[in-house]
Design a protein around this ligand. Structure first.
Ligand SMILES: Cc1ncsc1CCOP(=O)(O)O
Ligand SMILES: C=C1C=NC(C)=NC1=N
Ligand SMILES: [Mg+2]
Length: 220
């Protein structure tokens, strides 16, 4: 059956996203370190310049999924619904330019469905169409997503919480151990990162710092 909101909030705490073009080292090594450091959810996002395609992409996806399964970390696939179904992944993440959430929901059954939103209207529509969580960002400036919108800060997260919305929300975009608390203080249930972990000197240490930041009391 569908993931509960309470369980989804737990999973969103430290949500690592990676594609082979987001790291210098072997992706499997980086993910193993991130798992050791305490990530709570993983998303395979093979996208942008230098991304793998075809059989190479499938092979890496399978290898990563196996690593996640060994450590009981749910495995989410970005964009590629067919790949997610072929691998029996734990869920998918889609953006506004992908198929409508309701269409994806019908295809994936009870798997986890995450939707990127940038406005109140998109947020309410995603929930209506069956999203289990919302990805909101970019919170801070980022160059990792090549077509990312301007950094929007935490305004939308705060607005949705002021509306009384309790849907699980993860912030994304330029998040580091130093600014993660700001995202949580705005009402996010967790933080999603790529380069704070994938390009860190020590992915384990960076993950540990993120984990501590999201579990610490709001400052002041
Ligand atoms: C996938 C995505 N969506 C909004 S910003 C972003 C990239 C996040 O990467 P980083 O954590 O390196 O800023
Ligand atoms: C664009 C995205 C926004 N949020 C999340 C969680 N994943 C994404 N790929
Ligand atoms: Mg997409």
């Amino acid at each position: 059956m569908r993931v509960t909101a309470a369980r989804m909030r737990e999973l969103l705490k430290v949500y690592f996203i990676l594609g082979s073009n987001n790291c210098r080292k072997n992706p499997l090594e980086v993910i193993a370190e991130a798992i050791e450091g305490g990530i709570t959810l993983f998303q395979y996002r093979e996208k942008g310049s230098g991304a793998l395609v075809g059989e190479e992409k499938v092979k890496l996806a399978r290898a990563i999924q196996e690593l996640c399964q060994q450590h009981r970390i749910p495995f989410i696939v970005n964009d590629d619904i067919e790949l997610a179904l072929a691998l029996n992944a734990d869920g998918v993440h889609i953006g506004q330019e992908d198929a409508p959430a309701a269409v994806v929901r019908e295809k994936i059954g009870d798997k986890i469905l995450g939707v990127s939103v940038h406005t109140r209207e998109q947020a309410y529509e995603a929930i209506r169409q069956g999203a289990d969580y919302l990805g909101i960002g970019p919170i801070f400036a980022t160059t990792t997503k090549e077509d990312a919108k301007e950094a929007a800060g935490t305004t939308l997260i705060k607005a949705l919480r002021e509306d009384g919305l309790t849907v699980p929300i993860v912030g994304i975009g330029g998040i580091t151990p130093d600014n993660a608390r700001v995202v949580m203080a705005a009402g996010a249930d967790g933080v999603s990162v790529i380069t704070a972990i994938s390009l860190a000197d020590s992915p384990v240490q960076s993950t540990r710092k993120l984990y501590q930041a999201v579990h610490s009391q709001p400052e002041g």
